[in-house]
Design a protein around this ligand. Structure first.
Ligand code: NDP
Length: 282
């Protein structure tokens, strides 16, 4: 079998065009643009690139970005004070705190201070909890993007065996919750899972969010599976997924490439959450 490629870039473009229409309609109705505040603390080069891409994406989607670049030595309470001021700012609909924060800053504490209705990353405990309860919420962007990618391939999620490898709070766990909401039978695997291959080999839908280059090999994939590769692993200046793409293509029916799969969708869903937050809070 040679897998069909799910083109995340093209699908993200469609989402972004839709977001732009909504953002323009919001601006016409409310007399101000949808606003996203982006906080970058420190000098992490990868974070700088991510932030630059997010700001550019905002402009393309008719969303006004407010950028806050803080020195690495900014104390935690100053970052929290900024977050609190942005919580009160009527021109700001979404707040994004770029992770990782500099050493010594407690990320969990900072994120807890983002008002849940402006938490467009979906990291606040209130949003994570509401996702688990099946209540309306701002859900984490990357898992939302993965669901869109699966749907766009015309794959029915209901009733399928879905395996998520990885249980982080920002990818693995919310991914599992969204698959469950879509009526998949969900297994979450992690570093203590025994005989991982026998677990992944049962997956009709396999989501890899491990953070290890080409960790999922062809022999771990069920023939005809849909493979979603969340991984972004940099080696020698090149980006690799968590899936061995060449081997996986021989087994899967559909697969997302790296780059050009999940990555563009994460940004698209961030924009989508920002407009949704603006519409809801207005
Ligand atoms: P984390 O490091 O937070 O989590 C990794 C998970 O993988 C953990 O749950 C860990 O298990 C599990 N794991 C590690 N080793 C193994 C193993 N040998 N067998 C099975 N499971 C294992 O990573 P993230 O969830 O934040 O990110 C995962 C990947 O996705 C990274 O490459 C990251 O760069 C990428 N990413 C991509 C995004 C995008 O937009 N495309 C957005 C966010 C992340 P345990 O809990 O037991 O330690």
């Amino acid at each position: 079998m040679s897998a069909k490629i799910i083109d995340g870039k093209a699908i993200a473009e469609r989402v972004r065009a839709d977001v732009r229409k909504k953002a323009e309609a919001f601006a016409a109705k409310k007399g101000r643009r949808v606003g996203l505040a982006v906080i970058l603390a420190g000098e992490n080069p990868a974070s700088k690139i991510y932030v630059r891409n997010k700001i550019k994406a905002c402009e393309d989607a008719a969303i006004k970005s407010f950028s806050y670049e803080l020195p690495a030595e900014t104390p935690e309470n100053k970052i929290i004070e900024l977050v609190q001021a942005l919580n009160e700012d009527k021109n700001i609909d979404g707040i994004l705190v770029q992770l990782p924060l500099p050493e010594g800053v407690n990320e969990k504490r900072v994120l807890e201070h983002v008002a849940p209705h402006k938490d467009v990353d979906g990291f606040h405990a209130m949003n994570a909890g509401n996702l688990m309860l099946g209540n309306p919420c701002l859900a984490a962007c990357t898992p939302q993007g993965c669901i869109e990618l699966i749907r766009s391939a015309g794959v029915e999620i209901e009733g399928k065996n879905a395996v998520v490898v990885g249980r982080s709070n920002i990818v693995g766990k919310p991914m599992a919750m969204l698959l469950l909401q879509n009526n998949a039978t969900v297994t979450v695997a992690h570093s203590r899972t025994q005989d991982l291959k026998s677990v992944t080999s049962r997956a009709d839908i396999l989501v890899a969010a491990v953070g290890i280059k080409e960790f999922i090999t062809g022999d771990m994939i069920k023939s005809g599976a849909v493979v979603i590769d969340v991984g972004m692993n940099r080696h020698d200046g090149k980006l690799y997924g968590d899936v061995n793409f060449g081997e996986a293509c021989e087994k899967a029916s559909y697969i997302t490439p790296v780059p050009g799969g999940v990555g563009p969708m994460t940004i698209a869903m961030l924009l989508s959450n920002t407009v949704a937050a603006a519409e809801k809070n207005a």
